[in-house]
Design a protein around this ligand. Structure first.
Ligand code: 1CP
Length: 353
């Protein structure tokens, strides 16, 4: 189901992601399904734990659609997590209540060799079923809404796999990349292959665009950034485009600073997602004009609402007018966000600012 060859290429989000300056810009929000919504908390309770929610297709499809039902966004993003790839590779994973993800840390050659690339499609099958169910539901009830699939980028996913949990500096993973680049490179290559396969399966199930989340890209100096962020991301984009040339790919090299320009030129992504700290006018000057931009409202301004929210959102809209652009946050929505502030933001973006 290649969006470029059907009438659905008219969906505003897909037009913008393919390089058209659509105005008012299409919008969706990172983590738009989540704990700030009472209807999400209800389903989450029903599912029990987080992995059960991600692997129960009718519940995962339901939470994917909740923000569409409530706000009518232009994009629905598959409800899953970047750590479901390590899980599908056979690494032990749990989401501890109030603590975030915990993985059995992967620190040596034996652990890297034990990853089961050939099991990814089978273990992740419920996630692809979620994509199928969500796409069918959108076709029936929200035909202008595009479905976005996603994965973490190899660097960010490897950082969690090696560290074993979230961290403010991921020093074990960054240390391993210097001390044993051969072993770290083997882990990254495994993730390039697993992620390619995982994204292709999402596209085959009905995802119309895909996003690569590189939340921890900004921790690396330029040489390491090129080796562990740009090169593996470029390999995934090449692999995906070889099979599905017209599927738009969004890359999110969070906190990359000025390296956002080189990332945009060398990875082959169609759209670059800007983080909260990025100046949209600087991004517009560094990123080639045929590459779209997405972002980058501060999620805390959405918690605050009112004038602060309006001022921040209008500045972004003014800077992006005339470019292929998708309005979004600069990072995931905060769980304290009042749902009515999201409605206020949707009204503002729909008016073009
Ligand atoms: O109990 C809960 O409800 C768990 C909270 C939660 C949610 C709602 C987690 C645990 N993951 C998710 C969903 C999720 N994660 C989506 C769903 C689609 C959406 O609505 O956007 C997506 C795209 C992600 C991506 C993700 N997971 C990233 C990349 C984006 C980012 O925020 O930087 C990262 C780094 C993760 C790891 C992760 N998963 C969950 C948590 C709390 C974390 C962060 C852990 C940490 O570093 O401390």
């Amino acid at each position: 189901m290649d969006a470029g060859t059907t009438g659905e290429a008219r969906k505003p989000l897909l037009r913008a992601l393919s390089g058209e300056a659509v105005w008012p810009p299409p919008m969706w929000l990172m983590r738009q399904a989540g704990r700030y919504l009472p209807e999400y908390r209800e389903v989450r309770k029903q599912a029990g734990d987080f992995i059960a929610l991600c692997t129960t297709p009718d519940l995962a499809a339901e939470v994917t659609i909740q923000p569409i039902r409530r706000y009518g966004m232009d994009g629905a993003i598959l409800f899953s997590d970047i750590l479901m790839v390590p899980w599908a590779l056979g690494q032990g994973l749990r989401f501890a209540e109030g603590e975030g993800p915990v993985l059995d840390p992967l620190r040596d050659a034996t652990a890297v060799a034990s990853l089961e690339l050939d099991k990814v499609r089978e273990r992740a099958a419920p996630i692809f079923e979620t994509v199928r169910l969500t796409r069918a539901a959108l076709a029936a009830h929200a035909p202008k809404v595009a479905l976005i699939g996603f994965a973490g980028s190899p660097w960010t996913v490897a950082a969690y796999m090696v560290e074993g949990h979230g961290s403010k500096d991921f020093r074990t993973a960054r240390g391993m990349a210097y001390a044993d680049p051969t072993l770290f490179g083997r882990l990254i290559r495994t993730l390039v292959d697993a992620t390619t396969d995982y994204l292709l399966a999402q596209i085959e199930a009905g995802a119309e665009a895909v996003m690569l989340f590189d939340s921890w890209a900004g921790m690396l100096p330029p040489g390491q950034f090129r080796r562990w962020v740009i090169e593996p991301s470029a390999a995934i984009v090449r692999n995906v485009k070889r099979v599905h040339p017209s599927i738009p790919v969004i890359g999110f090299p969070r906190l990359a600073g000025p390296l956002i320009g080189e990332y945009a030129q060398r990875t082959g992504v169609n759209t670059v997602a800007m983080d909260t700290a990025m100046d949209p006018r600087l991004a517009a000057s560094l990123v080639p004009a045929n590459v779209g931009l997405q972002g980058n409202l501060d999620p805390l301004s959405l918690v605050a609402g009112g004038i602060a929210l309006e001022t921040e959102a209008r500045q972004i809209l003014a800077a992006m007018r005339g470019r292929p652009f998708v309005f979004n946050l600069g990072h995931g929505i905060e769980k304290e966000t009042p749902p009515e502030h999201v409605a206020q933001l949707v009204r503002l973006v729909r008016s073009g600012g």
